[in-house]
Design a protein around this ligand. Structure first.
Ligand code: PEP
Length: 258
C-alpha cells in the first residue's frame, strides 16, 4: 500500500505556446488550486515553463519539465540542465518518456544519469517505463519493465527514493485510445512495487508514487485509480484541455475516499 497523496501530472508534449499555456494553467489552477488532496503537476514545453510557474504562483500546483540533460553545463546545443530548471522554480521533470526513447534514441544509461542529476539538483524525476506492444505479446513485459526500472534507478540512494515518481506507460496505450485494463495495469504496478521493495525496502517503496499513463481519460480514470498500487496518472492528450484534466484530478481525489 502506498502512503502519500495521489499525483496527477499533465504532459503537454510539443503543444501550447507560452500564451496558450498560461491560459490553460490558470484555468486548471482556478478549478483545482485549492484541491489539496491531490498533487497536480503541469509539464509544458521549455518555452512555456517560466510563464507557467508565474501563472500557478500561490496555488499548490507545481510545474515540471518534459526533459533535461544530465550535465550541469557546457557544449550541448539545444539542451537544458537541472540547475536551469530549478532557477525557474520548476520542481519536477519527466525522464525516459517513450517518445524520448524511441524518437531521440535515449537509452537506460543516459536516462539513469539524468535521474541522478535531477535528484542532485532537488528536482523530482518522473521516470517513465513501459513495454512495446510486441514485447507484451511476446510475454516480456515484466522483463522490460524490470530492466528499465533497475537501470533507470541505479545509484539512487534509499534516502532520496521517495523523491522519485515512477510512471508505468505501456507504449501501445500512449496516444492510441487503447488503455490497459485496471487489472493489467495493477499487475505491472504491483510488480514495480516489488522491485522497489527489493531495492529500497518496504517502507520506502510504499512511499514511492507509481502513476499509470496511456490514454487515461475521465471515463476510465475512476477504475484505474481504484487499483491498490495506482497512485495517480501521467496524462497526455487529456491534459491539453482544462475540463478533462480537472475531471481526472477529481477522480484522483475520489479514489482517496474509496
Ligand atoms: C503520455 O504521453 O505520457 C501519455 C500518457 O499520453 P496519452 O495520455 O495521450 O496516452
Amino acid at each position: 500500500m502506498s502512503l502519500h497523496t495521489p499525483l496527477i501530472a499533465g504532459n503537454w508534449k510539443m503543444n501550447k505556446t507560452a500564451t496558450e499555456g498560461v491560459e490553460l494553467a490558470q484555468a486548471v489552477a482556478a478549478a483545482v488550486g485549492i484541491e489539496s488532496a491531490v498533487q497536480v503537476v503541469l509539464c509544458p514545453p521549455f518555452t512555456a515553463l517560466a510563464a507557467a510557474v508565474a501563472a500557478v504562483e500561490g496555488t499548490h500546483l507545481s510545474i515540471g519539465a518534459q526533459n533535461m540533460h544530465d550535465k550541469t553545463n557546457g557544449a550541448f546545443t539545444g539542451e537544458v540542465s537541472a540547475a536551469m530548471l530549478r532557477d525557474l522554480h520548476v520542481t519536477y521533470v519527466i525522464l525516459g518518456h517513450s517518445e524520448r526513447r524511441s524518437l531521440f534514441g535515449e537509452d537506460d544509461a543516459f536516462i539513469n544519469r539524468k535521474v541522478n542529476a535531477a535528484l542532485a539538483a532537488s528536482l523530482k524525476p518522473i521516470l517513465c517505463v513501459g513495454e512495446l506492444l510486441a514485447e507484451r505479446e511476446a510475454g516480456t513485459t515484466n522483463a522490460v519493465v524490470k530492466r528499465q526500472l533497475e537501470l533507470g534507478l541505479a545509484g539512487v540512494p534509499a534516502a532520496k527514493a521517495e523523491q522519485v515518481i515512477i510512471a508505468y506507460e505501456p507504449v501501445w496505450a500512449i496516444g492510441t485510445g487503447k488503455t490497459a485494463t485496471p487489472a493489467m495495469a495493477q499487475e505491472v504496478h504491483a510488480f514495480i512495487r516489488s522491485l522497489l521493495v527489493a531495492q529500497f525496502g518496504a517502507e520506502t517503496a510504499a512511499r514511492v508514487r507509481i502513476l499509470y499513463g496511456g490514454s487515461m481519460k475521465p471515463d476510465n480514470a475512476d477504475a484505474l485509480l481504484a487499483e491498490h498500487d495506482i497512485d495517480g496518472g501521467l496524462i497526455g492528450g487529456a491534459a491539453l484541455e482544462a475540463k478533462g484534466f480537472v475531471d481526472l484530478v477529481r477522480s484522483a481525489a475520489r479514489s482517496l475516499s474509496r
